[in-house]
Design a protein around this ligand. Sequence first.
Ligand SMILES: Nc1ncnc2c1ncn2[C@@H]1O[C@H](COP(=O)(O)OP(=O)(O)OP(=O)(O)O)[C@@H](O)[C@H]1O
Ligand SMILES: [Mg+2]
Length: 422
Amino acid sequence: LIPVFCILLFLLLAWIILKKSGPLSAQIQRRMDHINQVVRESITGVRVIRAFDNGTYEQHRCDKAFSGYADNMIKLNKLFAFLNPTVWLVMGLSMAAIVWFGGLMSMEGTMQIGEITAVTEYTIMTLAYLIMAALSCVTLPKMKSCLDRLEEILHMTPEIKDTQTQSSMTVGNKPAVQFDHVTFSYNGAEEPVLQNLSFSCYAGKTTAIIGGTGSGKSTIATLLLRLHDINSGKISVNGTDIRTLSQEKLRDNIGYVPQKAFLFSGTIADNLRMGCKTATMTQMKKALRISQAEHFVDGLHLGLNAPVSQSGSNFSGGQKQRLSIARALIKEAPVLVFDDSFSALDFKTDAALRRALKKETPQTAKIIIAQRISTIMDADQIIVLDEGKIAGIGKHPALVRNCQVYQAIAKSQLSSEEVTAV
Ligand SMILES: Nc1ncnc2c1ncn2[C@@H]1O[C@H](COP(=O)(O)OP(=O)(O)OP(=O)(O)O)[C@@H](O)[C@H]1O
Ligand SMILES: [Mg+2]
C-alpha cells in the first residue's frame, strides 16, 4: 500500500506540474516569435533607427522582448526545480514508512526482513523510472506548442487554387488583357479597393494607369497576376478568364516589375535568369540595353557576374529598378506590367527607356503604372484611377480637356503652358 500511495502521490504532482507548464510553454513560443520580430526589425531597419536617433527606444523594446521571455523561462524552471526535491522527498518518506511499518510487522513476526528489502528495492526502482518518465514529460508541453504551430502552417490552404479543368490560351484578335466589371476588396477591409473596373489593353499598345497614392494601382497589377482572386467581374488574358488558366501558364504570359524593386543575392546574371532560365548572354545584354542598365553593368569590374547582396542592397534604387525591368523583359512575355517602375529614374533615362521599349517590344501589351505625367503622356490609353474607380479613360489631350482628376494631376506636375498647349 505504501508504494502504491507514493506512486499515486507522485503522479498527482507530475500532473499538476504538466498542467501548469503547458500554457507557460505556449507563451514562451510566442515570446520567442516576438524576440525574432523585434531583433529582425532592429537589424534591417538599423539605418532608419540611427537617422531618427531612436537607438535608446529600440534598445528598450529589445530589452522588453528579452525580459518577457526570460520571466516566462524562470517561471517554468521554478516549476521544474520544485518537482525534483519534491520527488526525492516522496521517495525518502516512502523509504522511512516502509522501514517503520516493515520493522513493526517484522517484530510481530508477520513479515520477513528479506520482504522489507524487496519492497524497498521495488519502490526505489519504480519511482526512479517514474522520475525519468516525468523528466521526459516536462518537454511534452513545449513539444505540443511547437507541433501546434507547425500544424497551423502545414494545414494552411492556399486561397488561390488552380481549377481541375484548365483552359488553354486562345489565339485570336482578343484584347491581351481585359478587366470586365472587376470589384475587389482585401480580406477584412470594409470598402472595396477597386469598384466596377472595366478596360482592355491590346497587343502592341501602351496602357498607362495613373492616380493618387492608395487609389488601387498596384492592386490592379496583383489581380492580373492572380495573387488575389476578385470578388466579382472577370479578368481575361487573350480572351481567357484567368481563373480557368493554371497559375503557371498565366504568369508565363506576364513580365512583372514590382513597385519595390527586389533583387536576390547571387550575381546580376542569376537575377536576370529568373526571367528565363535558359537566357543567353546576348539575350541578357539586350534586356539590359532596353532597360538602360547596360552602361552601368558594363562599368562593373565583373560585369554580369557582379555580386548582388541580400535584397540588392549594394545597388542604388534606380539601378535596382533597371535590373528588375531587365529581369521582366528577358521573359519576352506578351504582357508587360511596370508598377511605378520608372519612379527612381531621372527624366532622361525614363524617356530613353520608354523609347527603347517601344522600338524593341512592338508586339507586347504594356501596362505602365506611374505617378509622373511625363512618363505616361504619350501612352495609347491612359486610365485615371480615383479611389478605386475609373475617373477617365483616353489619351492625354482628351483627358486634359475632360477629366477633372487628370487635370488636377496635370496642373500639379506640368507648367500651365504645357497643360494648355495640348
Ligand atoms: N495586402 C493588403 N491588405 C489590405 N489592404 C491593402 C493591401 N495592399 C494594399 N491595401 C490597401 O489598398 C489600397 C490600394 O493600395 P495600392 O497599393 O493598390 O495603391 P496604389 O495606388 O498602388 O498606391 P501607391 O501609388 O502609393 O503605390 C490602399 O488603401 C491600401 O491600404
Ligand atoms: Mg502602388
